[in-house]
Design a protein around this ligand. Structure first.
Ligand SMILES: [Zn+2]
Length: 485
């Protein structure tokens, strides 16, 4: 590389947004045609930029890195975790206008979904795989990078798919957990506000809607692009296979959970659409995209992923890691440097037939089970892990939870309340809301049973799983003492 790698520069971006964005997009497109060494050069330069910025403007990192040299190597930087960063939020962020109290007030107002915080920042919350909520704030350059990655690197959006999508009026359906500032809802709404002409074409559907009604609503809307969680779209694809879901989108985008080969097959077959799988997190919304061979490539010019063992030593290629440390090279307002993401990651040593210079990765540990109960009329009714999870997690007072099915008529729930003194009242609210949700799905006769054990990681995989079917996963045991009926 002869010229210096392009650096994120919020000030230039503010003054000349279009020009700056085009430069980002061109650089992002060019990187995909270069060798791994050129991508490594971008990583190095951007990492140095992030470190300098964090040292100058984040009291948290300044103190944390005080004894380190001026230009530390990545592996010299101590890893950070969500709980410690959230506990020091105001010291962590690099802009004094962004205070946790204000961001939380902003996020908790459903009327402001899609607005920019302080007129400038995207903000959203996510539970991620560790179960503890995080608050993430992204500056305008970071948003520009995420957009540029989507525009230049999503191979599933071929000319043919694009033309078909145009032919269907570019209607976009996003099937998400609505009602909060989650990544997908916020991104969609920000774009909806930015491009009013597009607004009428984007509709958000809730995974909490009973399946027959969701199918009817999607039939009426007939989307060109369908976006959602793999478990949700797998379920919808099965409805398409039965002839209930009629429209055929040009493009299907999945993310937020692991896409299994089974689910990929069902979705592609039944919906007859190109499928884009993306690995996204609140910390970085476009970590990796699938190529035309269906493999995930990490966008390593803008995000560094380090698969590591429990003792933080590097995991060799082709082996599943204990967790992964993520460094966001695009976002300066909330520096995320060697951050424990909690996902198990495998980096492939082999290159991919598609020719991409970006590393092939596989992600484990993000998928819950679809639960199956009996409806009042005896039919089987499926409950999505994400839908049930949203119901429990959004209950006031709940910090973390786990829910597992032990039989046709029993669902056990563990909770960790925000405030121990409020445990009884929190549990009463959870039981009430879960009962109400199951009833809204037409499910009757299910006992919602409290398990006094605290939410815990799976003993074998050490992953935190939120919702599972204990009848099919004897390896994810209930607490040693079992639940207390
Ligand atoms: Zn590939």
């Amino acid at each position: 590389m002869s010229d210096r790698p392009l650096q994120p520069d919020p000030e230039t971006y503010r003054r000349r947004p279009l020009r700056s964005w085009l430069r980002l997009a061109l650089d992002t497109r060019r990187a995909a045609r270069e060798r791994p060494a050129a991508i490594a050069a971008r990583q190095d330069a951007r990492l140095r930029g992030i470190i300098e910025h964090a040292r100058a403007h984040s009291p948290f990192y300044r103190a944390r890195w005080a004894s380190l040299p001026d230009a530390p190597h990545l592996d010299e930087l101590p890893p950070v975790s969500k709980p410690e960063l959230m506990a020091r939020f105001d010291d962590w962020l690099t802009d004094p206008r962004v205070r946790l109290r204000d961001v939380e007030a902003f996020i908790s107002d459903p009327g402001r979904v899609g607005e920019l915080f302080a007129g400038e920042f995207s903000a959203w919350t996510t539970s991620g795989t560790t179960g503890q909520p995080g608050v993430f704030v992204h500056d305008r350059v970071a948003r520009g990078v995420y957009d540029a990655l989507m525009v230049t690197r999503t191979h599933a959006l071929t000319e043919g798919a694009f033309l078909r999508a145009l032919g269907k009026g570019l209607r976009i359906a996003t099937v998400v957990a609505t009602g909060g500032h989650h990544v997908s809802t916020s991104l969609v709404n920000v774009n909806r506000r930015r491009f009013p002409a597009l607004a009428r074409r984007i509709r958000i559907f809730s995974v909490l809607t009973p399946l027959p009604r969701l199918v009817a609503e999607l039939n009426a809307f007939d989307p060109a692009i369908l976006i959602g969680y793999p478990t949700a779209l797998d379920l919808l694809a099965q409805e398409a296979g039965r002839g209930h879901l009629r429209g055929r989108p040009a493009l299907v985008v999945v993310g937020g959970e692991v896409l299994t080969a089974d689910a990929r097959g069902t979705i592609e077959r039944a919906l007859g659409a190109h499928l884009l799988d993306l690995y996204a997190a609140g910390e970085f919304p476009g970590i990796a995209f699938s190529c035309r061979f269906g493999r995930l490539h990490a966008n390593s010019d803008w995000v560094i992923l380090e698969p590591v063992e429990r003792d933080v030593s590097p995991t060799p290629p082709d082996r599943a890691s204990h967790t992964v440390l993520l460094t966001n090279l695009a976002n300066r307002v909330q520096p995320i440097v060697r951050y424990d993401l909690g996902d198990s990651l495998t980096v492939s040593s082999a290159s991919c037939a598609c020719g991409s210079p970006f590393p092939v990765i596989e992600v484990g540990g993000r998928r819950g089970d679809v639960l199956r109960f009996r409806g009042v009329d005896g039919r089987e009714i499926r409950v999505l892990p994400l839908a049930l999870g949203t119901v429990v997690e959004k209950t006031p007072g709940v910090r973390r939870f786990q829910a597992y099915q032990t039989g046709d008529g029993e669902l056990r729930v563990r909770i960790e309340p925000d405030d121990e003194a409020d445990r009884e009242a929190t549990w009463a609210r959870v039981a009430d809301r879960v009962d109400g949700y199951l009833a809204s799905q037409g499910i009757a006769g299910v006992g919602v049973v409290r398990d006094e054990a605290p939410p815990a990681r799976d003993r074998r995989s050490q992953k935190f799983r939120s919702v599972w079917d204990a009848r099919h996963r004897p390896d994810v045991p209930a607490s040693p003492t079992g639940g207390k009926p």
